[in-house]
Design a protein. Structure first.
Length: 256
């Protein structure tokens, strides 16, 4: 039986900013079709880890393979939604025009979008439930609706892996729940990697968990344990269920 190429493979990866370690000795393997949730405190290295996978940063040590290729070569197979988009609310662009921008990587310089590009952008908007808004200005949408359009732009590139950096950080709870259901549906066809602080909510959807605070704890069964969280956040954390679980930081004192 032939070996199956992993979606992501990191071996002993370390990275520093100005000689300050941010990611240290990270190793894990993620299979295709997985749904990985990346958790950790602010400044713990979550976004840096994602940028290393994307080839936007080069590791100081170790190796990274995305679908068996170096990250920069594999970037065309990745749909990416950063935490902060470069979109200005007053920019007069429609929902369909923004989704169509996901086809830029497949277009030649100066070539107009093809009928196939339009069809793929249409399919992406339908996948995220935003086709009926295709003529609306993006700046007029709600936060959750805009996130769906940005996801459609990422999907229009026809990725094999979808990477999202805190996609629910600025939207209301109802849209948050809807987005996670969308990610679950998308995961039926593609690998999903998501950075999030929503520990309790994400536990209902992910198949694998990576907790990072410079070093990384990886659990391929998607179980978020008390020990993993406390080792990552370096303080007591209770996981409490009231319908949907959520995270609570008990009062604790800094050790000197």
């Amino acid at each position: 039986m032939a070996d199956i190429t992993p979606a992501i493979e990191m071996k002993d990866v370390s990275f520093s900013y100005n000689k300050v370690p941010v990611v240290e000795g990270v190793s894990f393997t993620l299979k295709e079709g997985d749904f990985l949730g990346i958790l950790g405190p602010n400044g713990g290295g979550k976004t840096t880890l994602l940028k290393l996978m994307l080839g936007l940063l080069r590791p100081d040590r170790g190796s990274i393979r995305i679908l068996g290729k170096p990250p920069r070569e594999a970037r065309k197979y990745i749909g990416y939604l950063p935490q902060e988009t470069d979109f200005h609310m007053t920019f007069p662009i429609t929902v369909f025009e923004l989704a169509l921008m996901g086809r830029l990587a497949h277009a030649s310089l100066g070539r107009p979008y093809s009928k196939q590009d339009h069809r793929i952008a249409e399919d992406a908007l339908k996948q995220v439930g935003m086709w009926d808004y295709r003529f609306a200005k993006v700046g007029e949408l709600s936060g959750g609706q805009r996130q769906r359009v940005f996801i459609a732009r990422a999907l229009a590139s026809e990725p094999k892996i979808l990477m999202l950096d805190e996609p629910t950080s600025s939207i209301d709870p109802q849209f948050e729940s809807d987005l996670y259901e969308l990610f679950k549906e998308l995961n039926k066809k593609i690998t999903v990697v998501i950075i999030t602080h929503d520990i309790g909510v994400i536990s209902h959807y992910v198949k694998s968990v990576a907790c990072i605070n410079r070093t990384l704890i990886f659990h391929e069964e998607g179980k978020i344990t008390q020990e993993m969280i406390e080792a990552t956040y370096k303080c007591p954390v209770d996981l409490v269920a009231h319908g949907l679980p959520h995270r609570v930081f008990p009062v604790h004192k800094e050790t000197k």
